[in-house]
Design a protein around this ligand. Structure first.
Ligand SMILES: [Ca+2]
Ligand SMILES: [Ca+2]
Length: 465
């Protein structure tokens, strides 16, 4: 997982410290390739990392992330990791033998560089009623003990609405298919969802499990890491595997309906590969990392990444997303959490006792507002604005909840009045008619009252047709 994890286990450093600094590790294991597609599955996308040694991976398949953050996104990629991501072939290259190598390097001033790439496509999801599998064959950086402190390789996926927004994590969903820190012989598989902190996915920890790699250690050999999202099972399920052995699952009935919907009812996921240095996860297990003992020059080695689909009529996603639409933040027809607003004025984020848990924005008064950047209505005409609200306002105190498009002073397209509902945690769903809306808009929810007292709390909003 990439975004601000906090692990509670303490890491006991291995006794055997590597004394020699070996800048390059030769991988003895032979390269394989994308396996023959199993019966019942279709290959939706893959990269075998064939190509000339010393060159960057395919720019048709991958975007190379640079620096310390997405433009406008959280600092240090939201995790506290310290390295600068580059597109130098010193950090990121094909090895000429069918593998991708991401190498972490420390310079003479103790500055670390490394690399992170993500698929251009952001539509990896099951065909309706079917399954999707995301799989990679990977050798983790071959370094252990004190020499590995701070190494944080990952193979993972983020919900595509993260692109262009960067502040809607974890509601859009994150699947950590393979994560590892500090050279420990273990693979972590984690789901991030809901709200942060806390919520149904227990953020920032997430819902995770880990196990040692089968046979050879994760560091000394290639292993196959696989994640499946199964819409054909009941309940629907996420499952994590290493070398075909399942070690974690999360099912739909473990989570609130709106949490599940928010991470599954969007265009799909993009896949990432990166090698971070330092940050919350390695630090949680080993104190401040990296240390002076951390050895530069080890590589995350990836033989292939493949995405398969099955069932659901056998269709495979064909849409290619090359440029994320600006502000691709919210699906108008799923619950849009008030606390996930792109920006907000007024009210206080608090834990909600409403069905499904999570948070709400409590006790908003006249003049308050929320902005949701990039709400996607699509080509279907939305005609209903609905909000989940509660109010403990005093007698005679009420006000309006108004939806506007593209400006906080734009015309009101839908509104309703609300007064006391029986208490600040006495929730009800209030629908209002709305003039027809299509396309993608920044939605502003504004609050107008003739009194100055708070009159409404909001858990979520959504739109309907
Ligand atoms: Ca390969
Ligand atoms: Ca909420």
């Amino acid at each position: 997982m990439e975004l601000t994890p906090t692990r509670r286990r303490r890491f006991l450093a291995a006794a055997a410290a590597m004394l020699a600094a070996i800048p390059v590790v030769l991988v003895a294991t032979a390269n394989a390739s994308v396996p023959t597609t199993p019966a019942g599955w279709s290959l939706a996308w893959s990269d075998d990392f064939n190509g000339t040694g010393g060159t960057l991976p395919s720019s048709a398949n991958w975007t190379v992330d640079l620096g310390h953050a997405y433009p406008g996104g959280p600092a240090n990629w939201g995790t506290g990791e310290v390295q600068n991501y580059t597109n130098s072939t010193d950090n990121l290259k094909l090895d000429g033998a069918g593998n991708l190598r991401i190498t972490a390097l420390r310079d003479g001033s103790n500055n670390w560089t490394s690399a992170r790439i993500e698929t251009k496509r952001g539509d990896f999801r099951p065909p309706s009623g079917g399954k999707v599998a995301m799989e990679a064959r990977i050798q983790m950086p071959n370094v252990t003990g004190n020499a590995a402190l701070g190494y944080w390789p990952a193979f993972w996926a983020l919900g595509s609405p993260y692109r262009g927004n960067y502040w809607n994590w974890p509601g859009i969903g994150e699947f950590d298919i393979m994560e590892n820190v500090n050279g420990i012989n273990s693979v972590w598989g984690v789901l991030h969802c809901g709200v942060n902190p806390g919520g149904p996915c227990n953020e920032t920890t997430g819902l995770g499990a880990n196990r040692a790699c089968p046979g050879s250690s994760c560091q000394s050999a290639f292993h196959t890491y696989r994640f499946e999202w199964d819409q054909s099972s009941s309940p629907q399920a996420f499952r994590w595997y290493v070398d075909g052995q399942q070690f974690h699952s999360v099912t739909q009935n473990q989570l609130p309906a709106d949490t599940w919907a928010n991470m599954t009812n969007h265009a799909g996921y993009f896949i990432l590969l990166n090698l971070a240095i330092g940050g919350a996860f390695p630090n949680a297990l080993a104190g401040s990392t990296p240390t002076a003992a951390t050895v530069s020059g080890h590589s995350l080695v990836v033989d292939y990444v493949a995405v398969y689909t099955a069932g659901g009529g056998g269709t495979t996603p064909t849409t290619t997303t090359t440029t994320p639409p600006s502000g691709s933040g919210f699906d108008a027809y799923s619950s849009i959490q008030a606390e996930s607003a792109t920006s907000r004025s007024g009210g206080t984020v608090e834990t909600t006792s409403d069905t499904g848990g999570g948070q709400d924005v409590g006790q908003i008064a006249n003049g308050g507002s929320m902005r949701f950047s990039g709400v996607r209505f699509g080509s279907t005409t939305a005609t209903q604005f609905t909000a989940r609200v509660a109010s403990g306002a005093g007698s005679g105190v009420s006000g309006l909840v108004e939806a506007r498009l593209d400006s906080p002073s734009g015309a009101v397209v839908g509104s309703f009045a609300v007064g006391n509902t029986g208490g600040w945690q006495s929730w009800r769903t209030v629908p209002a008619n709305m003039s027809g809306v299509t396309g993608t808009h920044d939605v502003y929810v504004t609050f107008t009252s003739g009194q100055s007292s708070p009159y409404v709390s909001v858990n979520w909003i959504r739109f309907g047709t």
